[in-house]
Design a protein around this ligand. Sequence first.
Ligand SMILES: Cc1cc2nc3c(=O)[nH]c(=O)nc-3n(C[C@H](O)[C@H](O)[C@H](O)COP(=O)(O)OP(=O)(O)OC[C@H]3O[C@@H](n4cnc5c(N)ncnc54)[C@H](O)[C@@H]3O)c2cc1C
Length: 390
Amino acid sequence: MSSNPATILDLPQPGWAGDDVAMLYDMAVKFLEAEIAPRYAEFERAEIFDRESWKKAGAAGLLCASMPEEYGGSGGTYAHESAIIEAISHVGVDGFGIALHNSIVAPYILHYGSEEQKRKWLPRMATGELIGAIAMTEPGAGSDLQGVKTSARRDGNHYAINGSKTFITNGQLANLIIVVTKTDPAKGAKGTSLIVVETDEVDGFERGRNLDKIGLKSNDTSELFFNDVRVPTSNLLGNDEGQGFVQLMQQLPQERLQIGATAIAAIERALALTIDYVKERRAFGKAVMEFQNTQFKLAELKTEATVGRVFYNNCVERHVNGGLDPTTASMAKYWLSDLQGKVMDECLQLHGGYGYMNDYPIARMYRDARVQRIYGGTNEIMKLLIARSL
Ligand SMILES: Cc1cc2nc3c(=O)[nH]c(=O)nc-3n(C[C@H](O)[C@H](O)[C@H](O)COP(=O)(O)OP(=O)(O)OC[C@H]3O[C@@H](n4cnc5c(N)ncnc54)[C@H](O)[C@@H]3O)c2cc1C
């Protein structure tokens, strides 16, 4: 059994969706089913997507949907980005790294970039010519971003960037990377600055290996090395140096919400696939669905998925209206990704041995889910942030 489009299309659509968001969701599902799903196994084996798929997504309007039209985008909001993210997980092509490009990288340029920077980068991000990444994590600094060591030393009208990053999503394909640097190491967080590196235009930039992960195989994740990489000082995001930490804190809530979007959509897909499976699979002369244990498990999971969906939709509504506080965004990231892990585990169990076979989508969904509790700030860090608000 592969994915079941009829079931997927029956899934609840975003509750806050206006007609244009619902239309974008439908269009994204159709595009992903026609263009990406048939080649997804190939990308999983290659452990990377091809650039062509990005360009096709750009042509179909799935890149930079929330960027203003004057910069090549579609003029939407986070609700539109959410529709695309949910379509990706509903169709089951979770390794397609456009969500990070769209709703994390592009917004930094929109919110902190100069007019010149926006005109230079956003239109090419909207076509897929530029593929975005954000490089925060280093071998010695993950949860504790204040420990970033990558330095950007000013030299006339250039910065010389030195350091290394790891675990960077889209790291092999990206040619526009927002690098978290220290422009003034003595000042700690206040010496942090975000600098854009267009990799095609610099010397001294190297990609390490495409890291060997347990899940999200088709999404490339890399080490990156900066050896005296010189970029113009005009590549700094924001008017002044030292704004990087504040910029990160302002943007991380949307990144966390986006992880919640992936979680709730994957939960819904897993449930749809599992309900289909247990209705067909027979044991002891009846469908597995007829065992009371199956019914109770699925009743519990469906209830939790519904609670999760209502919470997620409420977060989106608040975010689109400018009222989502960082604490609630942390709750969404932590709770929905935890629930995703639980649902994948229970749904795999209901598939029996077939659930452990890669022929069945639930096997991959189980592996793909695990990282959701780690990246974007671990769930332990989310709890720290929530606790601080108490
Ligand atoms: C597939 C993948 C993709 C990623 N993509 C990106 C990307 O695109 N860009 C990017 O910059 N990074 C990315 N990351 C990195 C990710 O954000 C970090 O792995 C994450 O923030 C955790 O950092 P760490 O791995 O250094 O773990 P550590 O910080 O070493 O944490 C180890 C453990 O200690 C716990 N811990 C740490 N501090 C505390 C504390 N104060 N209290 C309680 N517990 C604590 C953590 O929760 C964790 O369980 C990615 C990671 C993965 C696996």
